[in-house]
Design a protein around this ligand. Sequence first.
Ligand code: DGY
Length: 322
Amino acid sequence: MTVKPRILATRLFPNAVMERLSKTYDIVGTPTLAALSSVDILALSKQADAIFCDSTSRFDDEMITNLPKTVKMITTFSVGYDHLDVAAATHRGILLGNTPDVLTDATADIALLCMLGAARMAHSSAETLRNGAWESWAPTQFLGVHMSGKKLGILGMGRIGQAVARRARGFDMEIHYHNRRPVTARGLEEATYHGTLEELLPHCDFLSINCPLSDSTHHLINDTSIAMLPDGAVLVNTARGPIVEDAALIKALKTGKIASAGLDVFENEPKLNPNYLPLPNLFVLPHIGSATFETRDAMGFKCLDNLDAFFAGKNIPNPITL
Ligand code: DGY
């Protein structure tokens, strides 16, 4: 009888993914909808050869150092990997894998939803309706701004940034972007590259944040960078919350420096800064960028492909490297 590799799933993943996982592997413990705590992960991982986690489980230097020697691989159900200390894992010889590509379209769709939601005051108008407070159609009520013909600045022109740009072209937006280097890709033929964030910001009627979170992007959007935006800009973040300093955005939403914001991510998830709550010009979602049935299955299957390749002694399809 062949011994199946043992996988610690830090929580329940979609049914089709759990089914395939259980066919090939022994699942350690009994995963539930809630993610395991770090203490439980450390305890259970003594029985595991690999860990299947998501972005809500933090594997920092200390956590990785404390993992038992049995753990040879971690695959994360996410494209972002700011929750994993890649240097510490590399040092420990633990292989890391993630799930790029399959969530590009779903996340770009949510970026457009956030742009429209913010630009067209979707939150305050829908809330008024649901509260039974809408009395009549009125010519000056719930006014927002057009996306058509406006300049969209994209911070981070990776796969998701490019997909946002292609969608925004459908709204006749003029695309500007900042990225480490210029990008040649379908739909970007007429996009304008800016070599620095400071050069990009004055061109952003809309700013869409699509870069990864790292030490260099943490609080990149703060009082100083917000001041460089045109008055009345619209800010959208579907990447990672801590790229934007919440206190600075809240201040700018209150003064109108930023007319409205659409956030799918924010600092300290899942706890939304309470100072956001009274703001009518905030459209906010609970990190649902990849939340479609198709995408979540595909993310899980990518994790399984990483595990399958690893335990077959092959190169994994989506490694995370330094
Ligand atoms: C990702 O894949 O990075 C999503 O934001 C979910 O964590």
